[in-house]
Design a protein around this ligand. Sequence first.
Ligand SMILES: Cc1ncc(COP(=O)(O)O)c(C=O)c1O
Length: 353
Amino acid sequence: MTGSIEIDLVSDTATKPSPGMLAAMLAAEVGDEQRDEDPSVLALNARVADLLGLEAALFLPSGTMCNQIAFLVHCRLGDEIIAAESAHVFGSEGAGASALAGAQFRLIDTEDGIFSAAQAAAAIRAPRHRSPRSRVIAVEQTANRGGGSVWPTQTLGEIAAVAHANGLAAHMDGARLPNAAVASGTAMAAHVRGFDSAWIDLSKGLGCPVGGVLAGSRGFIEEAWSWKHRLGGAMRQAGFLAAAGLYALDHNVARLAQDHDNARAFGALVANSPGVSVFPREIATNIVFLDVSGSSLDAHEIAARLRTHGIRLGVESATRMRAVTHLDVSAEQAVRAGTLLARILEEAGPRQA
Ligand SMILES: Cc1ncc(COP(=O)(O)O)c(C=O)c1O
């Protein structure tokens, strides 16, 4: 079905490895990853630990596994994780925190996926036999369902301090941390400072086919290794995949600024169309949400019309759509998609009351 899609804005996971990345993968030096003998994996782990300013790192098959292993290490049965209501760890990981780590969530309602240290502090429970033990504060940089919003580094530092002052761990889902670093002009390590665990996804904006890298203290990664193995995430000649990650860190980080410009251009083209409102108003990174409840077309109909032109947008509900820019969408294509969507909305007109 995706064969006829030329401009795929459903997610930044849609990228395919570039010829340069494929060449790097083919040339990779590999070994047995389970035995810590794969030089490419070891190099990637060292590189990410250094980038995030943490002691050690671990290559994993997916971002979801990075989050779940972090919770498995940090939590014991009955613990509580504080996170935004819109967080991926809560709504999009198959209830992994409860199914695997035996932890439950205490959720904070937010507009853009970002909460303050004061809100986090208010969510920490006083120790009581009958209460769950507050154990982790989890943030998502950037906040996906918050419209790709970027947590200020100061807020992140305050969150880590509140966590530690109360005996909790601070965890960062950094699926799009590289986008946040580029958008804010601040090194990834500055975002992670004070956090006990953090990870980056290779298969989103960085354009790799597979993988995430989880980082933390040496002790944390030692325990994470056991969980990686237990869950079947320990691999063999994984260096072919790690080589893609190393290539991406060399070639695909600074260029994320282009994706952010493309998202802004797309958003600006549709912002004044009838029946639509664009969220966030100030597009910070590569994610744009559209509320089409005021249009005479619902989101499914709009998506179907775009599809006939080879353009795909995410449909979240009958009134909500999402567009995500990435490495495989050029500036011209982002403008073409925005122009066409604006035309469709213009022709359809607003919904009659
Ligand atoms: C914020 C966030 N966290 C975690 C993940 C999970 O990553 P993966 O698809 O690599 O498991 C995603 C994927 O979309 C995400 O957007």
